[in-house]
Design a protein around this ligand. Structure first.
Ligand code: ADP
Ligand code: MG
Length: 697
């Protein structure tokens, strides 16, 4: 077997392959494109395409595809083979520069939120040369952005790439003010920690709810759940270990820096963390990771559940989005430095994130909104729906001292002048196990903990990048005009802390007292998707995204529509699945079991005089009561779904589903789960929670 070093990136057309295979001039042109975003001309693209094809064919590829990320949240690909007919009836393998640079998938069935109706029916894909092409399943995959013919973004990637440009422009202005002559660009970096569940394929296939919706819609609590905390970081079972090894191997081939794998809090729950990389690459890699997790699981007769909340009463899965900003010279701008100037710069960037999160908290909430994630946020297992920033005690103390003009603890005798004095050393908050904070500073990066496990992280990152770009712009506007830079910097930092300290919270985010306190501080608590989404189509949102050329008003409106409609559709599918299961499986199972009990009682009476049939009679009574209740709840849900037709408008309909359909589903679930506890296991039509959660031995 080859070594990890040999395997790593072996299926990626990366820098070393380019260096080896491209003529020097072409390689240099490609470098310029990748590093500085210079447009590649078609002659160069043709040379690159040819080298790509030769390499891909040597590696066993027969097809190529423009790999893109439509608004469905998953990736899409349409395969074309490399073959091209020749006049003598044979074929040659061809791949042109044009085919590399641009593709035209038949995209009419992807969600566009009305965009294609307004503009053009077809969309096109454009090569993103900053993310390396790779081979997957004998197909050479070219990462692309997906747009309409009018140039409107139809995917998750376009706004992300635009936001990276936006933050680059503004951060460069700020960096210039601090000197930094050697820095020519910045990029944001992301390391997403991915949580997931693994269950046995055999039990999975017996649950239509898991198959149709990705989560269990019924199921009473098992006698053992996660209360003993014995799964977290526990010993990994051999089958899971095999899966993880296989997965690592596949990810490494694609140059994905899979690093840490461990068990999570809930039984059957695990996590994979990669080493961080440039944001757009991290997004691509995360999409591939999710895809491969599911694919590799199948090979091991397992199913990987990426849903945010597969099991009620058991922790759901999230995706911690670790985020920072790096210069092309390798400096992490959220790393406290050694010199007064470095520290001043650090403080300013830190303040820009704090202010961005405070000013645009609703938009960050929007960026993680989905029907599935609504089950996690605020359910005391993931951060609350209220956004706050955790800084840790040391850093908070420093900021408080700056704000109040007092000395920082005993360590600094006099008040600090930012940009003149060295920031007192503070230990990295390695003790940060405040898992309750939605947005935590963890020493040299921020960890945004609200994204759900199945979400494409393009969304949260383009919002974050744009919000921070806007604040850096405001900072640069103010500082560029200043006569005395140090004095202006001091007052800007001070003012920012004082105006935005309401967003800083280091306590327990699960505490009800915090929710009350947050209310007092004026922080919004947008619990559900319909509650938060309208802020996406507010003037504030239009202003932010258009000012930085990240999204147009039309693009924002179309995205709003897609997310709102998706919310309703997801719940509708869940409700229909519940009805199907209740009517076709659960009711008949309860009837069959009831009949057995009554048959048993009758035969007891026939054979034994004065037979005691208390057990049968009492159970039958409970089953009859439960069945009637289940029948009523089924009818209630059916009626609520029927009445939904009276709300044709998308936003109103989403609220209707939230306020009427979800409660009716909960009621139905409660009645079915009660029946599960009194029905004999052999009659119950589905594997229980215990069977599912402990299915992997
Ligand atoms: P945790 O304690 O939350 O498990 P880790 O220290 O293991 O955190 O790191 C979590 C993730 O943060 C990893 O994916 C890591 O690569 C990423 N990370 C570290 N530094 C940065 C950075 N500068 N920018 C973005 N992500 C980073
Ligand atoms: Mg983490």
């Amino acid at each position: 077997m080859s070594s990890v070093a040999e395997i790593f990136g072996s299926m990626v057309f990366n820098d070393s392959v380019m260096k080896e295979r491209l003529p020097k001039g072409t390689y240099t042109a490609m470098q310029k494109t990748i590093k500085d975003g210079k447009l590649l001309d078609i002659e160069v693209a043709t040379v690159v395409a040819n080298a790509m094809k030769d390499w891909a064919i040597e590696k066993g590829a027969t097809h190529f595809t423009h790999w893109f990320q439509p608004m469905t949240g998953i990736t899409a690909e349409k395969h074309d083979s490399f073959i091209s007919p020749t006049s003598d009836g044979k074929i040659i393998m061809e791949f042109s520069g044009k085919e590399l640079v641009r593709g035209e998938p038949d995209a009419s069935s992807f969600p566009s939120g009305g965009l294609r109706a307004t503009f053009e029916a077809r969309g096109y894909t454009a090569w993103d040369p900053t993310s390396y092409a790779f081979i997957k399943d004998k197909t050479f995959c070219i990462p692309t952005a997906f747009c309409s013919y009018g140039g409107e973004a139809l995917d998750k990637k376009t706004p992300l790439l635009r936001s990276m440009q936006a933050i680059n422009i503004q951060a460069m202005r700020v960096l210039k003010l601090f000197g930094n002559a050697d820095v020519t660009s910045i990029k944001t970096t992301v390391g997403p920690e991915q949580e997931y569940f693994l269950i046995d394929k055999e039990v999975y296939e017996k649950r239509r709810d898991l198959i149709y919706t990705g989560r269990t819609l019924f199921g009473s609590r098992p006698p053992k759940g996660q209360e003993l905390d014995d799964h977290y970081f526990g010993i990994i079972k051999p089958r899971v270990k095999d899966f993880m090894e296989d997965l690592d191997n596949e990810l490494w081939k694609l140059g994905i820096l899979a690093k840490t794998e461990h068990n999570e809090v809930a039984p059957a729950q695990h996590e994979l963390a990669p080493i961080f990389t440039t944001t757009n690459i991290a997004v691509d890699h995360n999409q591939l990771t999710m895809e491969l997790m599911q694919k590799v699981a199948k090979r091991h007769n397992l199913v990987c559940l990426l849903h945010e909340k597969p099991f009620a009463g058991v922790n759901g899965s999230g995706k911690h989005n670790n985020w920072s900003i790096s210069t092309n010279t390798g400096v992490n701008l959220l790393e406290p430095g050694e010199t007064p100037s470095e520290n001043a710069q650090f403080l300013l960037f830190l303040c820009s994130v704090i202010k961005a999160v405070d000013d645009y908290q609703e938009l960050l909430r929007v960026s993680v909104a989905s029907a599935a994630n609504d089950h996690r946020l605020g359910a005391n297992e993931a951060p609350p729906a209220v956004i706050s920033v955790f800084l840790g005690d040391e850093l908070t103390e420093i900021l408080t001292a700056i704000d109040s003009g007092s000395a920082y603890a005993d360590r600094v005798k006099e008040q600090m002048t930012i940009g003149v004095d060295v920031l007192p050393h503070f230990p990295k908050d390695t003790t940060d196990r405040n898992r309750t904070s939605p947005f935590a500073f963890t020493g040299n990066k921020f960890e945004f903990r609200m994204p759900g496990s199945s979400l494409s992280i393009a969304g949260p990152n383009f919002v974050l990048n744009t919000a921070v770009a806007e604040i850096l712009k405001q900072f640069a506007d103010e500082l560029e005009g200043a006569k005395d830079f140090t004095a202006a910097l001091n007052s800007l930092v001070k003012k920012t802390i004082s105006e935005h300290k309401r967003i800083i919270f280091n306590g327990n985010g699960y505490d009800d007292a915090w929710i009350m306190e947050a209310l007092k501080r004026g922080l919004p608590n947008l619990k559900t998707t319909p509650d938060c989404l309208p802020s996406f189509i507010s003037d504030k949102s239009f202003k932010l995204f258009t000012a930085h050329n990240v999204l147009t008003e039309t693009e924002i409106k179309s995205r709003y529509e897609i997310v709102m409609e998706n919310y309703t559709k997801v719940i509708n599918i869940e409700a229909l699945t519940m009805l199907d299961m209740a009517k076709k499986d659960i009711m008949p199972a309860v009837s069959a079991y009831s009949k057995t009990l009554s048959d048993t009682a009758n035969s007891k009476k026939a054979f034994i005089s004065n037979a005691d049939c208390t057990y049968e009679a009492e159970t039958l009574k409970n089953l009859a009561r439960g069945a009637a209740n289940l029948y009523n709840k089924t009818a209630d849900l059916e009626k609520v779904l029927l009445d939904a037709k009276e709300h044709p408008e998308a936003t109103e309909l989403a609220f209707y589903y939230k306020d009427n359909v979800i409660p009716a589903m909960s009621e139905l679930r409660i009645s079915a789960d009660e029946l599960e506890t009194i029905t004999a296991k052999s009659y119950w039509p589905y594997p229980s929670y215990g069977d599912l959660l402990f299915s992997v031995k």
